[in-house]
Design a protein around this ligand. Structure first.
Ligand code: GLN
Length: 536
């Protein structure tokens, strides 16, 4: 396509309607038609990135290959489309303002007064268009966090208004709203949607497509009413009913012609409808899987979204093993020597989750000890891997005071130490070891067998590392350092070969599992958990 087209996805009525899933589905459907697409997220909060945010605020922090700490929606974009995102796909108000203020300090504005309009809005527009210009995408889909009417999203709305005006048919607005069902009246109510669209119109944006989230089917009359009240074509009023899985949303959207409506509105002839073969095959396989395997997540954040990518990776892996994965959160703060058997009871495999700081780490160590000595398949990720290493030092190597420098600065047995280049860092934001690094796997190791290749690339987010001074001792006692960064020699993977599955990765494999390309480590871990269950 000659000119890049821009699609803006906004939300109204309430938050948490699943704008990320709708944006991902639009991306998926256009991609299936052969278009080159990318999806971008603007978060209206002031933080430069979500890296310093507690997961209770906005859920997990997702990391791109180029080391940007981003919103978890970028994880959906990648899992749906299989296309990697970068720094340019994740912007916040903080980043926009920072760029403008940096320019002002450099004197780039030549004495002008810097204002929200046009300087902030221009910077937003520049970041939207950058993707189209630099990477020549056919479609750039931009999702705006928050809901219409939020004070902080106003500059983003103004930027969309201007872009729509400038680009004409090459820009399109998709607005996602909610149609509540009032049980007492037995009625579905469209008024909140009408109000939400009015609000959008009041800032000068006429939505082209409306996606109505609903728990009950919306009949033609209701959709006609919405179309008439909101100045939207009838075929552009799409409903998004609750579905058993987020991965069924693209199918539902395609069945209602969301992609054809978008293309038509943008002046493009839709052509043949793609069959979405592999995607449908995945869903069929997923729906056919009725047997279940239980995986316990040992972590400290009792919030679904805090470990979003791990949950999705496990669920992909389940499907590829023809099993349904039941994920059970086990709060590590409550795990003790006395209750660990009871707490982990019934789990066929355990994931020891990533994290930061003291809270809940002793419970993770107790869990790692229990699963190692009871040969329960265990997957330690980042902090989880570090806890496996500490447990081994305390209970096998005989260093009762072994710890990570993160938790105990003075420990004489710092089996997990701060990375050299992290020692003088005082700014917390964006300064960890972030993004994709190469790792070389040891021939003959379990992980080599799983990945079936020697060189891999995985994404990182940490400040501390395995202390290489202890490597010989670990290996002598059976914990092997089987993955290393070829340049820095940092240990990226440990495993205990004699056990069913006891592997810890310093990196986060969960960021790379997608629907059509599940992560081999998760697939193998779940497979072993299933075998473990069957043997019980
Ligand atoms: N807190 C640990 C570190 O910084 C682990 C980080 C993580 O689990 N992502 O090294």
């Amino acid at each position: 396509m000659a000119e890049t087209k821009y699609i803006f996805v906004t939300g109204g009525v309430v938050s948490s309607l699943g704008k990320g899933i709708i944006s991902s589905s639009i991306g998926k459907l256009l991609q299936a038609r052969g278009y080159n697409i990318t999806i971008q997220k603007f978060d209206p909060y002031i933080n430069i990135d979500p890296g310093t945010l507690n997961p209770y605020e906005h859920g997990e922090c997702y990391v791109t290959v180029d080391g940007m700490e981003t919103d978890l929606d970028l994880g959906h974009y990648e899992r749906f489309t299989g296309i990697q995102t970068t720094k340019a796909n994740s912007l916040t108000t903080g980043r926009i303002y920072k760029a403008v203020i940096d320019k002002e300090r450099r004197g780039d504005y030549l004495g002008k007064t810097i204002q929200v309009v046009p300087h902030i809005t221009d910077e937003i527009k520049r970041n939207v268009k950058l993707l189209g210009k630099k990477y020549h995408y056919d479609f750039v889909i931009t999702e705006i966090g928050g809901t219409i009417g939020d004070i902080e999203s106003a500059p983003f709305m103004e930027a969309i208004r201007q872009l729509k005006w400038e680009l004409g048919r090459d820009a399109l607005s998709v607005h996602l709203t909610y149609v509540p069902y009032l049980k007492a009246a037995g009625e579905l109510k469209t008024k909140p949607t009408q109000h939400s669209v009015k609000e959008l119109q009041s800032v000068g944006i006429q939505p082209d497509v409306l996606v109505l989230r609903t728990e009950k089917h919306l009949d033609e009359n209701i959709r006609k009413k919405v179309a008439a009240f909101c100045n939207v074509d009838f075929d552009c009023v799409i409903q998004s009913e609750d579905l058993p899985s987020i991965y069924e949303v693209p199918i539902g959207m395609q069945a209602q012609g969301l992609d054809t409506a978008i293309l038509r509105k943008m002046g493009i002839t839709p052509g043949e409808t793609p069959t979405l073969g592999p995607w449908r095959a995945f869903i069929e396989r997923r729906n056919k899987a009725t047997k279940t395997v239980s995986i316990g997540l040992v972590g400290k954040y009792d919030l679904q979204d805090a470990y979003k990518s791990i949950r999705e990776s496990l669920s992909h892996a389940g499907t590829y093993n023809d099993y349904k994965v039941n994920i059970n959160f086990i709060n590590s703060e409550t795990i003790t020597e006395a209750n660990v058997a009871e707490k982990l009871k019934g789990q066929d495999g355990i994931v020891i989750c990533p994290g930061f700081g003291q809270r809940g780490i002793e419970g993770k160590i107790v869990a790692a000890h229990y699963t190692r000595t009871h040969d329960i398949p265990t997957f330690g990720i980042c902090l989880g891997m570090q806890m496996m290493v500490i447990e081994f030092a305390r209970n096998v190597l005989g260093y009762a005071d072994a710890n990570s420098r993160e938790m105990d600065e003075k420990t004489p047995h710092n089996v997990i130490d701060i990375m050299e280049e992290q020692k003088n860092i005082s700014n917390m934001g964006g300064t960890m070891r972030l993004g994709a690094y190469e790792c070389v796997l040891r021939q003959g190791s379990r992980v080599f067998d799983i990945y079936k290749q020697e060189h891999i690339q995985e994404r990182h987010r940490h400040r501390y590392e395995f202390n290489n001074d202890y490597q010989t001792e670990y290996e002598k006692h059976g914990m092997m350092c089987v993955g290393r960064n070829p340049e820095s020699d940092l240990v990226e993977i440990v495993e205990i070969p004699g056990l069913k599955w006891y592997i810890g990765t310093q990196y986060h494999p969960e960021y790379q599992s997608t629907v059509l390309k599940p992560h081999p480590l998760f697939v193998d871990f779940v497979k072993t958990a299933i075998e473990n269950k069957d043997k019980k």
